[in-house]
Design a protein around this ligand. Sequence first.
Ligand code: 5GP
Length: 116
Amino acid sequence: MTYDPNNIFAKILRKDIPAKIVYEDDYCLAFPDINPKSPIHILVIPKGSYTDLYHFSAEASPQEIEGFFRGLAKVAKQFGLSETGFRSIANTGKDGGQEVPHFHVHLLGGRTQSPF
Ligand code: 5GP
């Protein structure tokens, strides 16, 4: 899939539209989901232009991959999720039900998640 620079998360990355940014470093940005599915529902996105988990895994540099997941861990710790546990979801493409075509991981916590 070709990356669409006008997707909503690209606009949040460029600060063209507002989001309550809870974490940012050179590799990732994190903000609450606008329609939370759990008491804690944070989206973690890479700063690079990757459409989905497959694209990121296949083409991101080792530094980008490490930076993204180290940032995700910091977000998990910041919200206490490293202690309680959490569910992580990366919907990918059409059959994955992905709505926003910029790779993102949902971190869901604050309660026990329903059986998967
Ligand atoms: P997907 O289905 O692509 O995995 O999830 C996209 C998520 O982005 C949805 O849970 C949706 O609520 C969230 N979302 C869509 N637009 C916005 C927005 O403008 N701001 C924020 N914070 N979240 C958004």
